[in-house]
Design a protein around this ligand. Structure first.
Ligand code: GRF
Length: 205
């Protein structure tokens, strides 16, 4: 039997995806626990959400480290202390280097507010509006060393409306993020995700 997953969630801001994960664990949809929530932003609302749920949190100030590798090593040390075996990026606004990514090979997930490989990087919703696409959406993927290029786990499409603003599109996408991120995490925790040749196969699907 697979050992119970312990999640380490990395955040920088509002934490609505973190909240959806907390709620999905509470409801029994995800068979895992959150070992720790780490933030690079002291004022992140996500930290308050975790506190409220009784989850340990830590603010680690990147400014206190001489370079990125030392900062990431600190993240790894803290995640290790909490016995984390799946790292969840939930609005973490920092690019992780190969030092961190290789350490947690195929054990880091991210959610991105577009249908990758379209519109990677920052301001995905704005990129979608600018490109005039009629459909956008969200993607949960494993993190590799590229920017939003890792093996795709789940995607969901969302219509783009003629009168959409960045905010209206972002909130329509966000609603679906809160559904597919917990679902992807749950599949991982049940041992149902197999990665081969940059593709993810979901067992039993
Ligand atoms: C979400 O749009 C997510 O797709 C992106 O960052 C945002 C985080 O929002 N990676 P929240 O902090 O989870 O509310």
């Amino acid at each position: 039997m697979k050992t119970k997953s312990i999640l380490g969630v990395l955040v920088s801001g509002r934490g609505s995806n973190l909240q959806s994960i907390i709620d999905s664990i509470d409801s029994g949809q995800i068979a895992a626990e959150i070992g720790i929530v780490l933030s690079d932003n002291k004022g992140a609302l996500a930290l308050e959400r975790a506190d409220k749920a009784g989850i340990p949190t830590m603010f680690i100030d990147p400014g206190e480290f001489y370079d990125k590798k030392l900062y990431e090593q600190k993240l790894i040390d803290v995640l290790e202390e909490s016995a984390v075996n799946l790292v969840i990026l939930a609005g973490f606004m920092r690019l992780l280097s190969s030092h961190f990514i290789r350490y947690y090979q195929n054990q880091i997930m991210n959610i991105h507010p577009s249908l990758l490989p379209s519109f990677p990087g920052l301001d995905a919703q704005q990129q979608a509006l600018k490109a005039g696409v009629k459909v956008s959406g969200c993607t949960v993927h494993f993190v590799n060393e590229g920017i939003d290029t890792g093996p795709i786990i789940l995607q969901e499409a969302v219509p783009v409306k003629d009168n959409d603003t960045v905010d209206s599109l972002a909130s329509r996408i966000l609603e679906r993020e809160h559904v597919i991120y917990p679902r992807a995490i749950s599949l991982y925790c049940e041992g149902k995700l197999i990665i081969k040749d940059n593709r993810v196969r979901i067992i039993g699907k």
